[in-house]
Design a protein around this ligand. Structure first.
Ligand SMILES: [Fe+2]
Ligand SMILES: [Fe+2]
Length: 202
């Protein structure tokens, strides 16, 4: 059966590819696993922001931007945690898709390249999360799920913008765009590889 899923009307220009129908189908058929994985993603996103604050403690104007992101991601984490609890579920360990680890391999080891790549990859993950949460908000069957996803997706778009601005404030426009284009292609390649379990970034 061919199903036409609803797609967001906007296009996230930083992503080189669109999410497949196969992912949407897998995600919609496994709403609880998706929620649990999503909670882990929020926890990890907070961790990324905190990790960058620790790695660059004296970088000007960095903590002011990253600390609110970490706080907001933890609020998202708690929101999903309680949503799960209300449904009679709780957090459990899930085998993660290779997405994050594979993307991290593209972070160059030498500074200042390492910091630029870290900002851009964190931003691309936010952009992909935004795309996928939009798909879940549009296509989830239950109204409570739609509301939950709708309440979270706007922040992910904003987070992408914050990492993008950070990169642009510290590196030349040319370097930033060129590297984003390279990393975006890598991101699309990684996300196109099949990971058969329902995950936000499978
Ligand atoms: Fe979030
Ligand atoms: Fe985020």
């Amino acid at each position: 059966m061919i199903v036409d899923f609803k797609r967001p009307s906007f296009h996230i220009k930083y992503l080189s590819s669109l999410t497949s129908n196969k992912w949407i189908r897998l995600a919609l058929s496994n709403p609880i696993d998706m929620l649990i994985d999503h909670a882990h993603c929020e926890r990890k996103a907070a961790g990324v922001a905190i990790q960058l604050m620790f790695r660059y403690p004296s970088e000007p104007d960095l903590a002011e931007v990253l600390s609110p992101i970490a706080r907001e991601e933890l609020e998202h984490f708690e929101k999903i945690l309680y949503f799960l609890k209300d449904l009679g579920h709780s957090l459990k360990a899930l085998h993660p898709p290779p997405y994050g680890a594979e993307l991290s391999k593209s972070i160059r080891k030498d500074e200042p390249n390492r910091m630029l790549d870290s900002f851009l990859i964190a931003g691309l993950i936010e952009a992909r999360s935004h795309e996928r949460l939009s798909l879940l908000a549009l296509n989830s069957e239950k109204e409570s799920f739609k509301l939950l996803y709708n309440s979270l997706l706007e922040s992910e778009a904003r987070h992408f913008g914050i990492y993008w601005k950070l990169a642009q404030s510290k590196y030349s426009k040319n370097d930033t765009f060129k590297r984003l284009e390279e990393l975006s292609k890598i991101e699309s390649k990684i996300i196109s590889k099949t990971f058969s379990m329902p995950r936000v970034h499978s």
